[in-house]
Design a protein. Structure first.
Length: 1089
């Protein structure tokens, strides 16, 4: 016997699992033998189905024995076959809805059944290949998929699965093809003839065939009624169609008018285009005239401006002539004055003073020139020194700037690296939080009414151990813990905040009544809890059964008032541990600050306040100061306090999604920061290189400055002598300037006298004759003419501006007209080419003819015929409706003929039993004139032959008797201990009720195998066929099953036998595989497995 065991793997459901690959090699020979049979099961794979988390089994294409203890999940395999192949839940006898097969605590289950798809019964082999996998997903609803041999998946409906099962002749709901444990227990242990008759009818499909016949007769009556209705409807539609054809004659008369209307509309569009083009041409001519007018006015303005310049030149010439004449008169007047001689003497004296002034100035200039040369030499030295120093300072400033840049670059480099490090640390923390949340979510999803799993996978065992120890009187009183398991929240929205206020450590804490209880509890914890898990905190306090008085503030809930605790001991302990009655919950930090910072506002008995973000606010009670600490409560999901499971799963899922999104965003920021870090590193290297170059340049400039200073100092060694000479020159200049001031005073006196003489000469000027007045009058007249000339120029400039404005307005209108012409042309070209209308008529003429055509069509509509085109479309639609009705009539007639053929079901029934002895009998009754009872008796005869043959294997003899009127099928057997075997007579026959247990089981199994011989299904399944047998009879039955399965007539069939007993009496072979199921884990096994 094979020791191979089927175990569960936490791997995705896939067609390429290792178990399946092993089976491919092992069963290669049998695969060749069964290549021509479609529907043989190769593998079944289930997830979250009944008692299985994830289970896969690969089958031998011939004989499979599946053994395992009760609860190991054997029957779940047979149930998965029925449900996975589209069977009804009632056929399983294990559930009422598909959702009842989903493992408790899971949202959906998946069934995958892989079958062969070979031979003439293959289902769409060009699409699915030689192997086909049916996938059914169970949730509140269910869905189907078919996976082809190449892995491509196709979503399908249940009808497609039914068609597949019909093609493979799989009878998932046939109790003989798939014998479940309930049917096996009742049938194998029952002697009821009616039960055997019912099983015979279901196995041979006679009940289905008879039901189909009744259904076909009813359908035929309904279809005849529908056909008559269709015939009447077609008659009415044909009358309406004839009337419409008469209207078509009228439509033909209006078609020419419609065609003419379209041509006129096209011509009207091109007439509008031509009219717009003519308007555009007129605008172009007008614009040309305005431009010529502008040019003429501009020429006149240019001539006016030329004459204006000529007037200005003439006025300036006459004014200069008048001034020259006045100077000449004064000169002649002075020459004749008797004071001229005196004036001349003073002038000579003045000239002498001026010559002396010039001499002194020359001396001053000489001294100043010497000082300038000296100062230039000194300044040049200082300048060169300053220039070198400035260059040095410039290099130092650049050095300082680059040094600052380098420092900034290094600082930015450090900051970028720090930011990246901080973000990576934050990502690590986020990853830890996400892992914790996902672990919490898995615990929530996996728990099955076990609220303790969120405290640890070992918590349930710990609590059970405490209860067991209490029963053994090892505790004075039953310890309480974890405390969070006793708490429920009145408001789920405050669950996380209240849990935060109570403290996670307090919620995981256990409380005992005495120190001895504490020691005993520690021993239990050491025994149950894993060694790498920290021990839970324990508080020893005397249990008080009477609840403490509650404290409640009028406007704000305290933490305790939001809790529902049935155990008074737990509520009293929480009050002592956490002071939850004095801890209030406030909606936000602003309100908390306003409430608790002022002693007059602080509610009575308040010692602490919490806000939704977990911030703590310690009140100012008058004796202390108000304090607040920032909270770190980022989750709305409670960790321990009991809450609605679906809400908890949803909140945890949203938080995990949000945290992963935050982590992804931060990873993207890190990649950007790393790029910025590389840029900063490159910038720091560039600055360092520039700084090194500047240091070299600074050193070179310092050397140049030192050399220049030495050279200049050697050149200006007698610098002190220059300075002394410079000082002497300054003293000489001061002395000369004193003398020069004295000369200026003397000149001033002489000039005053000369001025007096000039005044006396001026008194004679009015007596001299002059034409100055006449010339000034001419100048004034010319200025008056010039003003008048400017006024005329302004008038012409206004006319020029007006003409230019008209040109601009006309240009804009011309652009609009051009756009309009382009738009009209585009609209016209969309309907007709311009070549069709080279010379369109005027718009008025075309519009007049178009109105006449429109009036003609409106007259036709007023006559009651409607729009001709719409009427023609309606007639065409009605004609199509008539044709569709005719097609539907033909289809209905064809269906009726088909239904009538189905009534000849004798030959059709043969297809359900081929190839079998029953088929040979049914082929004798090709016509419907034979009664159903005769066919049934023929079927019984075929089964009887197989039944007698099977009995003979163990030396039994027997008969089958069917009474269709009373729906009975009796089995009679001759026991093996009967000595008279020469001839079978009725006196020797015994009913199965009088047989021993072993004989009864053997006879019933033989009857089932006789039914198998008449069925053309690809596989048979039998569950718990041997539960009522002793070891000897069980051995005989198993040998009989193997003998029947290895019969040449059964070479294309597959057999699945499920038993809770040991199969060590069998030996594995190439056509026989023994599957051993794992023993169930009783603490979490499901009763449905």
């Amino acid at each position: 016997m094979s020791n191979r065991r089927n175990i569960s793997f936490d791997v995705p459901l896939s067609s390429s699992t290792p178990l399946k690959k092993l089976c491919t090699e092992k069963n290669s020979v049998l695969s060749q033998q069964s290549r021509g049979t479609a529907g043989v099961i190769k593998c079944i794979n289930v997830k979250n189905f009944m008692c299985h988390d994830h289970f896969e089994m690969v089958f031998n294409p011939r004989i499979n024995f599946i053994s395992g203890r009760n609860g190991s999940g054997k029957s779940a395999i047979q149930t998965a076959l029925i449900i996975g192949l589209g069977g009804d839940t009632r056929a399983t006898s294990r559930g009422t809805t598909v959702s009842s097969f989903i493992k408790e605590g899971k949202n959906q289950a998946i069934i995958q059944i892989t079958m062969t798809n070979n031979g003439f019964k293959a289902h769409n082999p060009e699409v699915y290949g030689n192997e086909i996998t049916v996938i059914r997903t169970l949730s509140k609803t269910s869905s189907f998929k078919i996976r082809a041999e190449n892995g491509q998946q196709y979503p399908v409906k249940k009808a497609e699965i039914k068609a597949l099962a019909d093609r493979f002749q799989i009878q998932a709901t046939n109790p003989v093809a798939i014998l479940n444990q309930n049917t096996a227990r009742t049938f194998l242990n029952s002697s009821d003839p009616k039960q055997k008759y019912k099983l015979f009818m279901e196995a041979t499909l006679f009940d289905a065939i008879l039901s189909k016949k009744v259904e076909t007769v009813n359908d035929l009556k309904l279809m005849n009624s529908i056909l008559e209705d269709k015939r009447r409807a077609l008659g009415k539609l044909e009358v309406e169609l004839n009337k419409d054809k008469e209207k078509l004659a009228l439509i033909e008369k209006c078609k020419q008018a419609f065609e003419r209307k379209s041509e006129l509309q096209n011509e009207l569009l091109w007439s509008r285009v031509v009219q717009s083009e003519h308007a555009k041409g007129g605008m172009l001519e007008k614009r040309k005239e305005l431009l010529a007018q502008v040019k003429d006015i501009q020429g006149k303005i240019d001539k006016k401006e030329t004459k204006e310049r000529q007037f200005h030149e003439k006025i300036a010439e006459m004014t200069a002539a008048i001034q020259a004449q006045v100077s000449e008169l004064k000169k002649y007047q002075d020459q004749h004055d008797k004071l001229q001689q005196t004036k001349r003497g003073k002038v000579r004296e003045l000239e002498e003073k001026k010559l002396k002034e010039v001499s002194i100035k020359k001396k001053i200039a000489s001294r100043e020139h010497d000082n300038c040369n000296i100062k230039a030499e000194m300044d040049d030295y200082e300048r060169k020194k300053v220039e070198l120093e400035e260059k040095k300072q410039e290099v130092r400033r650049a050095h300082k700037t680059l040094a600052g840049d380098k420092m900034n670059a290094e600082k930015a480099l450090v900051q970028a690296a720090t930011v990246i490090h901080q973000k990576k640390q934050k990502i690590q923390k986020l990853n830890v939080v996400i892992n914790q949340k996902e672990e919490h979510l898995r615990r929530v999803q996996s728990k099955q009414s076990n609220t303790l799993s969120q405290y640890g996978p070992w918590m349930q065992q710990l609590v059970d151990s405490i209860k067991e120890a209490f029963k053994k009187r090892k505790f004075s009183k039953m310890p309480r813990g974890p405390l969070g398991a006793y708490i429920k929240m009145k408001d789920p929205n405050l669950a996380a905040l209240a849990e935060y206020g109570l403290g996670y450590g307090n919620l995981r804490k256990f409380v005992v009544n005495t120190r001895e209880d504490e020691k005993e509890l520690k021993l239990i914890m050491d025994r149950v809890m894993p060694p790498n898990v920290a021990r839970l905190p324990i508080t020893c306090a005397k249990f008080v059964e009477k609840p403490f008085n509650g404290i409640r503030e009028a406007h704000y809930n305290n933490v305790f008032s939001n809790l529902e605790i049935e155990d008074p001991v737990v509520s009293n302990i929480l009050i002592e541990l956490t002071n939850c009655q004095g801890t209030i919950l406030i909606e936000d930090n602003k309100t908390a600050h306003a409430l608790l910072s002022n002693p007059r506002n602080v509610p009575a008995n308040t010692v602490l306040g919490y806000t939704p973000d977990g911030s703590k606010h310690f009140p100012n009670s008058g004796r202390g100061v108000y304090k607040t600490y920032q909270g770190s409560l980022n989750s709305k999901v409670p960790r321990f306090v009991q809450t609605e499971q679906t809400t908890l799963i949803r909140e945890l899922t949203n938080e995990i999604k949000q945290l992963k999104s935050e982590m992804t965003s931060m990873q993207q920021e890190i990649r950007a920061d790393e790029k910025e870090l590389m840029r900063c590193q490159q910038h720091e290297r560039d600055v360092a290189n520039q700084l090194s170059n500047l240091v070299s340049k600074l050193k070179k400039l310092q050397d140049d400055l030192n050399r220049s200073v030495v050279d200049e100092e050697s050149k200006l060694a007698p610098l002190d002598l220059y300075k002394e000479e410079y000082s002497n020159n300054l003293r000489d200049i001061d002395k000369c300037e004193t003398e020069l001031k004295q000369i200026w005073e003397e000149q001033k006196v002489i000039k005053t006298r000369i001025k007096q003489l000039d005044e006396e000469l001026a008194e004679l000027a009015p007596y001299l004759e002059s034409d100055e007045v006449t010339k000034m009058a001419e100048v004034e007249e010319m200025k008056t003419n010039l003003v008048r000339f400017k006024s005329d120029t302004g008038t012409w400039q206004s006319k020029l501006k007006e003409a230019q404005t008209k040109v601009e307005h006309l240009t804009k209108r011309l652009e609009d007209q051009s756009a309009m012409v382009e738009l009209y042309t585009k609209e016209a070209e969309e309907l007709a080419s311009r070549d069709l209308y080279p010379n369109p008529r005027p718009m008025s003429e075309v519009e007049e003819e178009l109105i006449e055509v429109q009036n003609l069509l409106e007259s036709a509509e007023e006559m009651g015929e409607g729009n001709p085109l719409e009427l023609e479309a309606a007639i065409s639609e009605r004609l199509e409706e008539f044709e569709r009705g005719k097609v539907e009539f033909d289809v209905a007639d064809s269906i009726i003929k088909t239904k009538k053929k189905l009534l000849n079901w004798g030959e059709n029934a043969c297809n359900s039993f081929e190839p079998s002895p029953l088929c040979l009998c049914l082929k004798c009754f090709k016509l419907t004139k034979y009664k159903t009872e005769i066919l049934l008796r023929a079927a019984v005869e075929a089964i009887r032959l197989s039944f007698v043959s099977t009995l003979s294997v163990r030396g039994f003899e027997g008969e089958l008797h069917m009474d269709t009127g009373n729906t009975r099928l009796d089995i009679y057997i001759v026991p093996r201990d009967n000595d008279s075997r020469d001839k079978l007579n009725k006196s020797q026959l015994k009913d199965t009720a009088s047989l021993s247990g072993g004989e009864k089981s053997y006879t019933t199994v033989a009857f089932i195998m006789a039914l198998w011989s008449t069925m053309a299904v690809p596989f048979f399944s039998m569950d718990e066929f041997d539960v009522f047998m002793d070891s000897i009879n069980r051995k005989n039955i198993m040998e009989l099953l193997l003998h029947n399965a290895r019969n040449p007539n059964m070479k294309d069939r597959q057999f699945l036998f499920l038993t809770p007993l040991d199969c060590s009496i069998l030996n594995s072979d190439i056509d026989l595989t023994i599957h051993k199921m794992l023993d169930p884990q009783r603490h979490n096994a499901m009763s449905q497995g």
